[in-house]
Write a protein that binds this ligand. Structure first.
Ligand code: ATP
Ligand code: MG
Length: 415
């Protein structure tokens, strides 16, 4: 579990601001759900034969003997909340959420035990139009963040019945080649055979080239849905590759599944994953109702932003230097006045005491562009000195009542 330090917070803010803006332009509203839920919310929704529930959840008993878990993902809790608060079964609803998720995984590059996701869900729309729109919305988030080169892979998982017919064929194929399976895959054949398709083992990957393909088991409706998604994406100008082996780690998906992948992060290159989960709401105790959504991994996206290094950390515009009797009181009042007068101006006033020299040293280290100096003489004359810390320009002495206008003009010229 990592700390997010001040040097990175501007990147996090930027990602969240862009996502929030794009979500709202597509009609999504935010929902905030608890980080802790009854364990059954996740076991029911995610399925006991998944990595997440089998070995990744942080579960414990509370003082009442009830099993609770830190959320490993967002969808299950959002569905629980939507059901409980009567948000479903009218017209389609569009919700987004964000925040920390917890999985007891082997920590490695791009994989931590606390990580953050931003996700979007649409309930009540059968698609394929909304499937394509949701995918296009993700692409807009990447492009508005200046991240252009993600690959989109999509697949169809069909219906539960189609998948179970396919599973039978897959399992007998895998049994026939059991000697070529690594240990992890052998366990998956018995518990959750579709997950074998997702194996990262090289030998298994080669074997899978010969395996039966899920696409051959789709019925007419599933095929039509998937073709619909593909042709809409083409019309919207979204490039994609069909990957027949793309399955989701979570069991509640049906029909469309997709992943956005980058080659710049090594092995953990999936930055966003999603799909349709028409069976989930029923699993959570509601009447059947369609759903589709995705979740993006914020750490991975922030890492990409960091590689591009095009966001400056937030520094003050102005550092206020005060020295001499009465200047502290008036200085703090002046700082308040400026923060109130000039929208967006970042003012850092010197705290504690110190000579001019040491205050200027701090001003320089703060990254501020300007120092405002209030000494006894300025105080007596109703003036403030403005000194540029990053440019060779003469200092200016301004009457205090002109300072706000001067700073407002100066700020307007900053990029
Ligand atoms: P994998 O098969 O790689 O474990 P997953 O199916 O567990 O993936 P999802 O549950 O679909 O992943 O999560 C969506 C996204 O959240 C991932 O694509 C990734 O960007 C991010 N993510 C998931 N787990 C972690 C983690 N432990 N650390 C950082 N990011 C994560
Ligand atoms: Mg995982």
């Amino acid at each position: 579990m990592h700390d997010i330090l001040p040097a990175d917070s501007a990147l996090w803010h930027r990602l969240e601001a862009v996502a929030c803006s794009v979500f709202s332009r597509y009609g999504f509203q935010e929902i905030r759900v608890p980080i802790l839920e009854k364990t059954e919310v996740f076991t029911r929704a995610i399925g006991t034969a998944t990595d997440v529930v089998e070995k990744e959840m942080y579960s414990f008993e509370d003082r009442n003997g009830e099993s609770l878990s830190l959320r490993p993902e967002g969808t299950a809790g959002v569905v629980r909340a939507a059901l409980q608060n009567g948000l479903l079964y009218g017209q389609p609803v569009r919700l987004w959420y964000g925040g920390p998720m917890f999985r007891y995984e082997r920590p490695q590059k791009g994989r931590t035990r606390q990580f953050h996701q931003l996700g979007a869900e649409v309930f009540g729309a059968e698609g394929p139009d909304v499937d394509a729109e949701l995918i296009r919305m993700g692409e807009r988030i990447w492009s508005e963040m200046g991240l252009e080169d993600f690959r989109l892979e999509i697949n169809s998982l069909g219906t539960a019945a189609e998948r179970s017919a396919y599973k039978e064929h897959l399992v007998s194929f895998l049994h026939a080649h059991a000697d070529q399976l690594d240990e992890d895959s052998q366990r998956r054949v018995e518990r959750n055979p579709l997950r074998v398709l997702d194996s990262k083992d090289k030998g298994v990957q080669e074997l899978l080239a010969e395996a039966p393909q899920l696409g051959d088991f789709l019925g007419e409706n599933s095929r039509r849905h998937f073709d619909g998604v593909c042709s809409l994406l083409t019309r919207l100008g979204v490039g994609f590759q069909v990957n027949q082996r793309l399955v989701r780690g979570l069991d509640y998906y049906s029909h469309t599944v997709f992943e956005w992948i980058t080659d710049e992060l090594g092995a953990q290159g999936t930055v966003c994953a999603g799909g349709r989960y028409d069976g989930l709401i029923e699993l959570q105790g509601g009447k059947p109702w369609p759903g589709i959504g995705f979740a993006m991994g914020q750490e991975r996206l922030v890492e990409l932003l960091r590689l591009k290094d095009n966001t400056q950390p937030t520094v003050p515009h102005v550092y206020l230097v005060m020295l001499g009797s009465g200047t502290k009181t008036e200085g703090l009042a002046l700082a308040e006045e400026l923060r109130g007068d000039i929208s967006g101006l970042r003012v850092l006033s010197h705290s504690g005491s110190g000579s001019f020299r040491s205050q200027f040293k701090r001003a320089d280290r703060s990254g501020a562009a300007l120092a405002l100096v209030l000494g006894e003489e300025e105080l007596a004359n109703g003036q403030v000195v403005v000194k540029r810390l990053r440019e060779h320009l003469p200092q200016e002495t301004l009457p205090r009542n002109e300072l706000s206008r001067w700073l407002r003009d100066w700020l307007a010229k900053q990029v």
